[in-house]
Write a protein that binds this ligand. Structure first.
Ligand SMILES: *Cc1c(COP(=O)(O)O)cnc(C)c1O
Ligand SMILES: [Zn+2]
Length: 395
């Protein structure tokens, strides 16, 4: 496939074969031609609705089912945040996270090019998503996991029957090494900020924008780790503004867990380069990338859209997770609850105001994480004969 890439930072262009990063050190994204784009009248509910802004690949199987997730109002969170709250529920994707958007495009491209195998460096949401899409497309999937991951944490992944290799060594280095190993062995790694993945993941923003059209939301709040999703979201809003279908790009706010917040720390220092940190433990382990490969691009997105990057602690994350379930009916992974915890902070400090339409991106379902912060269940047992009077008493 002859895909054209460009660098957001220096403007250099390249092709997919040149690899995912520019000589200046920053990651490429896929070049699009948004001028002339208008909201599609295609009947597709999936992300392929935006084909005109996507790499030219044909989805088959599961790929055709990625995206098209609901945007729901959460009126009971309005007072809590101090704005008009909407939630983009990415848990509705086939494997329960937005990663399916990137896997759909990446695996479809691999299948179309005739690659024998796809690969990923993950043992969480990304690995499950890649394995599921590969299973559906009939492509082998190689998953590299750290040697010390407890086997029970791999059992959900194993359902999709990928080839799992435990890697004994510096797992952090694998992000770069995997590309070299992959090209030698004929395995296409579609890592967290690979251009094809970023292109697919930008469709989160296209759907949000189309839901609001002809209006524009004021702000979008997104959990961030490697910065791949954030990059796609920023790029997609830019494309829409270039196409003239958005009057402005919403303010983009990115949230990290305080225990591992390299991008938020760089933002706080006023830097435009992210320095790696020593990661601490956090309930939001899905967003604990201590050396985010697209971190600098996230800083650029926050500053160009007049948004920001912030960090929230585990207590605030767990409280927000409970509130999303009990006040919005959405049970999400701890990593995504950072969006609400972050929005509350933004409201407190006046960065969000009552009239603002804010979209919290709930990046993944909580059903993969049922044991975390599980509540005690208080339910009395009543004889059937006493049920009517008991119901009257309790409701
Ligand atoms: C991967 C992931 C993120 C972070 O996305 P990046 O593209 O790595 O920044 C956020 N939330 C969930 C649930 C994820 O699985
Ligand atoms: Zn560059």
């Amino acid at each position: 496939m002859d895909l054209s890439l460009s660098c957001y930072a220096c403007g250099a262009t390249a092709t997919l074969a040149d690899g995912p990063r520019c000589d200046c050190g920053e990651p490429y994204w896929v070049r699009t031609e948004p001028s002339g784009f208008d909201w599609p009248a295609t009947p597709e509910r999936s992300l392929w609705r935006y084909r005109d802004l996507l790499p030219d690949v044909d989805p088959s199987g599961l790929a055709a089912g990625a995206g098209g997730t609901p945007l729901v109002r959460a009126p009971r969170l309005d007072d809590d945040v101090g704005a008009t709250v909407h939630v983009k529920y990415e848990g509705a994707n086939p494997t329960g996270t937005f990663k399916d958007r990137g896997s759909a495009v990446g695996v479809a491209a691999a299948a179309e090019t005739g690659d024998d195998a796809v690969g990923t460096v993950s043992h969480g949401n990304m690995a499950r998503s890649m394995a599921a899409h590969a299973a559906s497309a009939g492509v082998d999937c190689l998953v590299l996991v750290p040697a010390d991951v407890p086997t029970e944490r791999l059992s959900l992944l194993a359902r999709y029957d990928p080839t799992i290799l435990r890697v004994d060594g510096d797992y952090g280095r694998l992000y770069r090494e995997s590309l070299r190993i992959g090209s030698e062995a004929g395995v296409r790694f579609v890592n967290s900020d690979a251009p094809l993945r970023v292109a697919g993941q930008g469709t989160t923003a296209l759907e949000i924008a189309e839901s609001f059209a002809p209006d524009t939301p004021d702000a979008v709040v997104l959990p961030v780790s490697s910065g791949g999703h954030a990059s796609g979201v920023w790029k997609a809003f830019r494309d829409l503004s270039t196409a003239g279908v958005l009057d402005r790009v919403p303010r983009l706010y990115f949230v990290q867990a305080a225990a591992c917040a390299p991008i938020a720390e760089a933002w706080g220092r006023g830097d435009d380069v992210v320095e790696p940190v020593e990661a601490g433990e956090t309930v939001a382990y899905s967003i604990a990338n201590a050396d985010p490969p697209s971190g600098n691009r996230v800083l650029a997105a926050a500053s160009e859209t007049e948004g920001g990057v912030l960090a929230v602690d585990d207590d605030a994350i767990l409280e927000a997770r409970r509130a999303l379930a009990s006040s919005a009916g959405l049970f999400v992974e701890s990593a995504c609850a950072t969006a609400l915890a972050g929005a509350r902070r933004l409201g407190d400090r006046g960065d969000l105001v009552t009239d603002d339409d804010v979209v919290l991106v709930a990046t993944g379902t909580g059903f993969t994480e049922r044991e975390v912060d599980a509540p005690g269940v208080d339910a009395e047992t009543v004889p059937l004969s006493a049920l009517a009077e008991t119901v009257t008493r309790v409701v």
